[in-house]
Design a protein around this ligand. Structure first.
Ligand code: DC
Length: 218
């Protein structure tokens, strides 16, 4: 089977998708991590970033796409060229610029091709924004995950704090709302629910409750 989990940022998609993959013995693929890794590459190569995502040398990034080596390893770590960037791709700097990077058509085409290749054999759970609509429109199960923005901000805040980052809850909520807006209104592959997706609002659900919900659908 191919399972698509789409939804808003910081909605717990990765945790849920990873748990489903573990339950089925499938491969979990976090497509957002791929957009984040490309964004980090752009920052590290001086192509953009001033904290608000409003500077980016798109042409240079598009020219470089073939040189950017993003690897999602079986142990769940994310590698960019020769570095383990699992932590670095979660920084606010990356979060501030990633919407911009992910709205570039050539970046999407490049990453969608990689994602399709990774899912060719089936047995994958992939999470993202356009998995059920664009990457795997034929997926066997499509889940659209939603949650209250304030709940999502709190979750991301706790996560970043636990990772030792000094962030404010306000800043995070603003970032989440900005990304929601950007993800839903961008021209190419905007975030939307596939017509055959099942919706799950996990605002007040634990992971165990979400797993119980999905069990009937597997
Ligand atoms: O899921 P996330 O917050 O790690 O995703 C990071 C960004 O990448 C987010 O702003 C939306 C974008 N993204 C996308 O456009 N398409 C995907 N399939 C996955 C993520």
């Amino acid at each position: 089977m191919t399972i698509a989990v789409d939804g808003f940022s910081s909605g717990g998609k990765s945790t849920f998708a990873r748990a489903i993959a573990r339950r089925l013995g499938y491969v979990f693929i976090d497509s957002g991590a791929m957009y984040r890794a490309v964004t980090l590459w752009a920052l590290r190569h001086g192509l953009g970033g001033n904290g608000h995502g409003d500077t980016l040398d798109e042409k240079a990034l598009i020219r470089s796409l073939g040189d950017i080596r993003v690897e999602l390893r079986p142990d769940g770590r994310v590698w960019l060229d020769r570095d383990d960037v699992t932590g670095a791709i979660r920084s606010l700097e990356v979060s501030g610029l990633v919407s911009r990077v992910s709205s570039i058509g050539a970046v999407r085409e490049h990453l969608v091709a990689l994602q399709r290749a990774m899912g060719r054999e089936g047995g994958v759970v992939m999470d993202g924004r356009d998995i059920g609509t664009v990457v795997f429109p034929e997926a066997d199960l499509k889940i659209f995950l939603t949650a209250d923005p304030a709940v999502r901000a709190r979750r991301r805040y706790d996560e970043l704090r636990a990772a030792g980052q000094d962030v404010s809850l306000d800043e995070i909520e603003r970032n989440i709302r900005e990304r929601d807006h950007h993800d839903q209104t961008r021209e190419i592959s905007p975030l939307r629910q596939a017509s055959d997706a099942v919706v799950l609002d996990n605002s007040t659900m634990t992971l165990a409750e979400q797993m119980a919900w999905v069990e009937d659908r597997l």
